[in-house]
Design a protein. Structure first.
Length: 203
């Protein structure tokens, strides 16, 4: 009986980053699904807008100040998260990863507070009219993503301080940062949809 051929793979890396990781493909697929969900919300917004003679309806507009503050904070959180992403992949400096993740996490929590204030200050309920429904769902959907991603940042911060930090955790950190970047892009689009609508600006 012939012996089976064997290949020595001991020199190969134990973890793969980017497209070499199966987890990367899972996260990218999830982001594609959730981006499609936001695209459907935007399409619904314009469909409802096209069927109304007055848009937005009388009764007040969404609060501009907390929404703008939320967007500004999320944009401000991108550089520290980008540095953390770089350190977790190339430099692997644990001290820098801890610092920049905490900075990005803190800014993200402030953004979450601004989003909560925005929702609390909406001058209409979700069931008042079609405009109220789509605005509540769109802002609320992004708020849920911001809340869950902020919770993940807290868990990763605990991991980085408590340890042990393994290579597989660095893959998770990079994917968490990638998710955060996409979530910021979503907020830019949500802000443009709701607050830069010509009807809202005129009123």
């Amino acid at each position: 009986m012939r012996p089976r051929p064997r290949i020595d793979v001991s020199a190969l890396e134990t973890m793969g980053f980017g497209p070499r990781s199966t987890l990367w493909w899972g996260v990218v697929s999830m982001l594609a699904i959730e981006t499609t969900m936001f695209a459907l919300l935007f399409a619904t917004y314009y469909y409802l807008r096209g069927n109304e003679s007055i848009w937005p309806p009388p009764g007040g507009n969404p609060p501009f100040v907390p929404a703008t503050l939320c967007l500004a904070l999320l944009l401000l959180s991108v550089p520290p998260m980008a540095i953390m992403h770089r350190e977790s992949g190339n430099e692997r400096n644990l001290k820098k990863m801890r610092f920049w993740l905490v900075v990005g996490m803190a800014i993200g929590l402030l953004a979450l507070g601004a989003r909560a204030a925005e929702i609390a200050m909406l001058p209409f309920r979700w069931d008042h009219h079609a405009y109220g429904s789509i605005v509540w769902v769109t802002i609320g959907m992004h708020a849920i993503h911001l809340l869950t991603s902020g919770g993940e940042n807290i868990l990763f911060a605990v991991l980085l301080f408590k340890g042990p930090v393994e290579d597989r955790h660095l893959v998770d950190l990079r994917l968490n940062a990638m998710y955060w970047f996409v979530m910021v892009v979503w907020d830019v689009m949500v802000y443009a949809l709701i607050y830069l609508d010509p009807g809202v600006l005129r009123s």
